[in-house]
Design a protein. Structure first.
Length: 333
């Protein structure tokens, strides 16, 4: 008898009406044993947004949000799907080794996390965008003269030896400050991480820098008493309070001394803390990070955040350090 249903992927964004994605359902019994051939019934919460066939193939039918359900016996699971909304396009320069296909899929997963969370952000397509970052052998934002239309956010991904283990940041901004084009780069050693856990958290971390954490025009941490730099955005502060920080006496939300990350000694292993060095540690992308993006101009669905509460006791900040993580200079369009 079915006791659980797991769906993969965990969320998805379909950029255009007519686009498709196939979901896979894994059914297990009460002993966590796989039930081969289990009957699964698929359905959509809104067939005007997405349709789903009997094999889990989902087709975008119209713009909006919906949930795809998979039911086996009395047990059901759902995943969020958005269609024709805010889009993050990934441009992999050919410096990304083809043998790292599993790692490359984690970039897509990270992009889908943010596309679902930021889906209702409305930005116009910008035609004839040039200066798309080229990558190896050029400056951080040095790019080509080839013109292309950017519908939401274009993120260029490169792999190269250099000063940083990983780095991310915007290159061109829209009027109003939201990013239009950004870049993430990773050293070859980053691809030695487990693609199913450690690597995806690293990609989410750098992608959040591209979106604006530590880099956005609205990211203006304040300095209170010595060593009390903090981000005062009202939505982020409310999320911090809801996560257990209502009794925190100093400035909220606490920012590390580098001015671009959350303070790990307070926030613990949140994905945008000053890192989470030991591999295998879960690094949730909390409502605090998503609401900070809302404070900077995105339209956010905070219910898409990972579960997170502040640690009960202060952690040693030195234990939470990404290897040579950096945010890089940007320029406005």
């Amino acid at each position: 008898m079915a006791a659980s249903v797991m769906l993969s992927p965990a969320r998805w964004s379909l950029p255009e009406v007519g686009d498709t994605v196939r979901f896979l359902a894994t059914v297990r019994d009460s002993n966590e044993r796989l039930i081969d051939g289990a009957r699964v019934v698929w359905s959509s919460s809104d067939s005007g947004v997405v349709r789903v066939d009997s094999h889990g193939l989902v087709t975008a039918a119209g713009r909006g949000r919906a949930k795809v359900f998979a039911k086996s016996g009395a047990v059901a699971q759902s995943v969020p799907v958005v269609t024709a909304m805010f889009n993050i396009e990934l441009l992999f320069r050919d410096s990304v080794p083809p043998e790292h296909r599993e790692h490359q899929a984690r970039f897509v997963d990270a992009a889908n996390f943010f596309m679902v969370a930021l889906a209702e952000t409305e930005v116009p397509p910008i035609p004839d965008v040039t200066r798309i970052p080229l990558g190896i052998g050029s400056s951080w934002c040095g790019g080509t003269t080839e013109a292309r239309t950017v519908h939401g956010l274009l993120v260029v991904v490169t792999v190269e030896e250099g000063r940083y283990f990983a780095a991310g940041g915007p290159c061109i901004r829209r009027d109003g400050g939201l990013p239009l084009v950004g870049r993430m780069t990773f050293s070859p050693s980053a691809f030695e991480r487990d693609p199913d856990a450690d690597f995806e958290r690293l990609v989410r971390h750098e992608m959040a820098h591209v979106l604006g954490i530590g880099t956005g025009r609205g990211w203006n941490p304040l300095s209170g008493s010595p060593h009390d730099t903090h981000f005062p955005g009202s939505l982020a502060v409310a999320a911090f309070d809801a996560a257990g920080g209502s009794g925190y006496a100093d400035g909220k939300v606490p920012v590390a001394n580098d001015n671009v990350h959350w303070r790990a000694s307070v926030m613990g292993c949140e994905v945008m803390s000053a890192g989470c060095g030991p591999q295998g540690i879960v690094s949730p992308t909390s409502a605090i990070t998503l609401q900070a993006l809302a404070d900077m101009g995105f339209t956010v669905d905070p219910s898409m955040a990972d579960p997170y509460t502040l640690p009960e006791a202060d952690a040693d900040a030195a234990a939470y350090a990404f290897e040579d993580d950096a945010v890089l200079p940007d320029r406005d369009r």
